[in-house]
Design a protein around this ligand. Structure first.
Ligand SMILES: [Zn+2]
Length: 264
């Protein structure tokens, strides 16, 4: 795949996923944000350096697509360069440059969560460089479960419940979901909790707030959250019907793990 084909595919996927987030009701107003490390970008670098503190050193010269501050996913799905930006981290990591996207759009200020995104991107480079995408969104049913007084305090139980609703959940969210205790959105504590959980889990649930997924591309990050949210929906529908879901047994789950996990 040429550089052009790669970044066209990346941007097309961002548009597609942003549209899904809106259609699902996971992206009210300016809810959620996206970043994706691009493998290449042909546009010219704009000279102005936008200073930014605390950029991790291993992001020097990294090129990222990042959603804009206050942008609506439903808008970004139509016009990704009007409601998001392509930036290049400076060589000395003291800030970033905007890259020319070739569509005459003005520079869009990146999401206020840029610090958290860069921290997570840095961890992905260190842990698993194939992972390029960070997606934060507000999936309704998963958020409902983070309000559950018992499950929200018992990450292992919640993870097993999500896995046990259907075999595909165990297979397609192989590392499972983790829940982090409530912390103020955009704050350093939430970023730290998320970074710690990222190493071991596919989906990070933020108590009473939303979810964050990572992946090799934005579609994969979305799929992890989507499958987990399907499981959450099943749990809530069983509860609404008046019974607690029995779920797959430990033996069922162990069998799935042995035969199918990381093989599909
Ligand atoms: Zn949020």
């Amino acid at each position: 795949m040429t550089n052009n084909e790669q970044h066209n595919q990346d941007i097309d996927e961002i548009k597609e996923i942003a549209g899904y987030l809106w259609e699902r009701g996971w992206a009210e107003r300016n809810g959620g944000n996206i970043s994706l490390r691009l493998k290449a970008w042909d546009g010219e670098t704009r000279n102005e350096l936008i200073p930014l503190k605390d950029i991790p050193e291993n992001l020097a010269n990294a090129i990222l697509y990042i959603s804009g501050t206050g942008c609506r996913m439903r808008d970004l799905a139509r016009a990704p360069f009007k409601y998001g930006a392509v930036i290049k981290i400076s060589n000395d990591t003291t800030g970033y440059h905007f890259l020319e996207c070739g569509q005459g759009e003005k520079n869009v200020k990146p999401t206020m969560e840029i610090g958290s995104h860069l921290e997570l991107q840095s961890k992905m480079i260190a842990d698993n460089p194939e992972y390029r995408a960070v997606l934060h969104t507000h999936p309704i049913e998963l958020i409902c479960l983070t309000h559950h007084p018992e499950l929200s305090k018992d990450p292992a139980r919640l993870r097993t419940m999500l896995w046990s609703t259907m075999p595909e959940s165990r297979v397609f969210v192989p590392r499972g979901a983790e829940i982090t205790k409530y912390a103020i959105p955009g704050g350093a504590e939430l970023s730290k909790l998320t970074g710690a959980a990222l190493h071991n889990f596919d989906v990070i649930l933020w108590e009473k707030h939303g979810a964050l997924g990572t992946g090799r591309n934005i579609v994969e990050a979305f799929d992890f959250i989507d499958v987990a949210n399907k499981s959450a929906t099943i749990i809530l529908k069983c509860m609404a019907a008046g019974y607690w879901p029995e779920g797959l047994s430990q033996d069922n789950l162990a069998e799935m793990e042995r035969i199918l996990v990381n093989k599909c």
